[in-house]
Each structure stands twice: as C-alpha cells, then as structure tokens.
Design a protein around this ligand. Structure first.
Ligand code: M6R
Length: 364
C-alpha cells in the first residue's frame, strides 16, 4: 500500500527517517554509545583483507563502506561487482573476510560469488533485507538491514539501511583491530545516531528538488560528482537517475573530471555536486569551478557553511543539514533519490516499474 504517496518509491524515500532509526535500534546500544551487533561479531582482527561483493546499488553501498572500513578499521578492502568477481577466479586466502550485500538476497550473480568464496574455504557473511533469502541461508552469518519490504525497483531505503549495517560492522572492526579507542567509537556512534533526524531534514529539500527537476528533465546528459565517500554516492545518484528517468547520467570522482569527462561539459549538461563540509571540500569546490568556467550548470548540494563558501556562480543549490562527514553519504542519498524521482515524474516514466528492469535479478 502506497499510503498517501503516488509511488512506492516516494513512500520508501519518505520512510527512511523511521526505518533508519529502526535499523539502528538493532545495531547500537544508545546507553553505552557503542555498537551492539544482533549476532556474534565476525572476527575482523583475524582478517588481512576484506572483500565486499554485490550488484547495482548494493555494490555502491559496498563502495561507500570501503572508505569506512579502511579509515576506521585500517583493513584493506576490495570491492567487486558480483558478475566480475565470480568469473575472474580470484584467489581467496585463509585470512580473507567476505561480505555479500543484497536487498533481495536472491541476486543470481551475488549468490554465485558467495558460493565461490564458500567453495574456496571462506566464510561468507551476508547483509540482506530478506532474512529467509538464499544469500542469507547460504552464508555463515547474515545481518539483516531491517528496511521492511521494498517494492519500487529503484532501491532507496534498502541502500541507506545497508549503509547503517555496514557502518556498524566497520566500527566493530575498528574496535576489534584496536584502530579506534572507546571515545572514538562513542563519537562515531553518537554521530550515526543523529543520521535519521538529518535524513528527515534532508527530505525538507523536496519542494525545491521538484522545481529543479523541471529543468533536469530536459537534459540529455547529467553528471554527478563527489570525492571520498561521496564519490560512490555520485555513482549511485547517476544509476538512480538513469534507471527511472532514462536520462543518460555518469558519476565521477571530482578529481577525475579533468582526465576526460570535462570535455562533455557545456551549458546543456547539468553537473550535480555532492559536497558536504568535509576535509576535501576545497578540492571539490575547485573542481566545481572548473565546470563553471566551461559554462557547466552546477547544482551544489551542501550545508549552510558550504553554500556560504561556494554557492557563487552555481546554477542552483540544495541546502543539506550539517552532518558528520563520515556518515554524510547516508544523508546525501536523500537528494540523490529525490532528484531521480522528481525528474522521472516530470518525464512521466513508470517510476516503480522502469522498462527492462526487474526488482530481483535471479538470472545471470
Ligand atoms: O537485491 P539486490 O540488492 O541484490 O539487487 C541488486 C541490484 O539489482 C539493485 O540494487 C539494482 O541496481 C537496483 N534497481 C538499483 O536501484
């Protein structure tokens, strides 16, 4: 049931403040300001390397999590799309950990990648929405993202809930490996606990997004830019937009722009920059200025401080709540989703059932 919403996707976007809080309630102990996993913790201290494998949006969740595991737990992480991983015959070592992320838990390539690791003697861990799914059953251990049923083909709340669980696992890994002390865990957990409220704030930009969507819907190509953990979010923003609005979109790491894609930029190409106030902010802004110097129409999503510093010359701005830069990808997922949604609505596409796509891809 869509409730008062026109589409399941809109309903699922708007559910996020409550489902994220619900997911967090299974992974955090608010009294101790610590992570408290719902099951036995994987032994991250015994790992030399962590593999994160998935498809589509779940893969981008892995890509964000790579930044977290590396930064918080200093564990080398490899990310892979399942369809490449499974056929590459990758060497699996005895001290490799492997996490498979899937909303449905039935994605054929992800399941095959999991079986590959298991057959190689590894101990696959799953992060899934559907507890009784094949991926959950065939892994040594499954962590549920608690997003509730996701009906829209475009994944929204499952993505942000996947990030919550991966964040909790990254903090756990940091604790086990001694790369964060208790005070740092407290700081990270406190900041994570604020995310649902920040996501609710970010939803406040919706009316403005729907105005901007009228222009975006006319574009033939749209670029998304981000740095650090906002880079995978740029990839996710582009995927979301293409799959439901059918507008060609690409996500790039901001610093990679001058290595090719900037050749595409002119005043017909909107360039969407996800730029929270983080240590890389100035670098992102200088990449944005390169775009503006070539006539590109920049849409800058940032917080009050960021907009005060860098909004000059931008075609449009989206005001985001201030948030901890580590967890910013969860909060900035909201404008990425809203931009795709409203642009698709403007174009009149079938938002919940985009052409050629299935919710669960059970064939390879
Ligand atoms: O069920 P899964 O999470 O394994 O699905 C993976 C992808 O098929 C899925 O995320 C797909 O990319 C979405 N349609 C993106 O919105």
């Amino acid at each position: 049931d869509k409730g008062t919403h026109r589409h399941f996707m809109a309903k699922e976007i708007h559910e996020q403040p409550s489902v994220l809080a619900y997911a967090l309630s299974h992974y955090l102990d608010p009294a101790r300001k610590a992570v408290d996993l719902p099951g036995p913790a994987p032994d991250f201290a015994a790992m030399d390397r962590l593999l994160l494998v998935a498809c589509g949006t779940a893969y981008y969740a892995c890509h964000v999590a790579k930044y977290w595991f590396e930064q918080i737990a200093r564990i080398p992480v490899e990310i892979d799309v399942a369809s490449e991983f499974r056929y590459r015959n990758p060497p699996i070592g005895g001290r490799d950990g492997a996490i498979f992320v899937s909303q449905s838990g039935e994605t054929a390539d992800t399941l095959a990648a999991l079986r590959y690791v298991r057959d190689a003697g590894g101990h696959p861990i799953a992060v899934v929405n559907v507890a009784e799914s094949s991926i959950a059953r065939e892994s040594d251990q499954a962590f549920e993202i608690k997003a509730g049923p996701e009906i829209g083909v475009a994944s929204t709340k499952a993505f942000t809930c996947q990030l919550i669980v991966l964040a909790a696992l990254a903090i756990t890994a940091g604790r086990q490996r001694g790369t964060i002390v208790a005070a740092e865990e407290e700081r990270l957990v406190t900041a994570l606990a604020r995310v649902p409220a920040q996501v609710a704030d970010a939803l406040g930009a919706e009316a403005h997004v729907s105005e901007l969507a009228r222009d975006l819907a006319k574009a033939r190509d749209i670029l998304f830019l981000g740095r650090g953990p906002m880079y995978p979010l740029a990839l996710e923003g582009a995927l979301k937009l293409k799959e439901i609005s059918y507008i060609h979109a690409e996500g790039y790491a901001s610093g990679e722009l001058k290595h090719g894609p900037i050749a595409l930029v002119d005043d017909s190409v909107p360039v969407i920059c996800f730029a929270p106030m983080d240590p890389l902010f100035d670098k992102t802004v200088s990449n944005m200025q390169e775009v503006m110097a070539r006539g590109g129409r920049v849409l800058l999503a940032s917080d009050t401080d960021g907009l005060a510093e860098a909004a000059d010359g931008a075609w449009a701005t989206l005001s985001m709540p201030a948030c901890d830069p580590v967890w910013a990808p969860i909060v900035y997922a909201v404008p990425a989703q809203l931009l795709a949604y409203h642009t698709a609505v403007e174009k009149g596409t079938d938002v919940d059932q985009p052409r050629n796509l299935a919710k669960s891809v059970t064939v390879e």
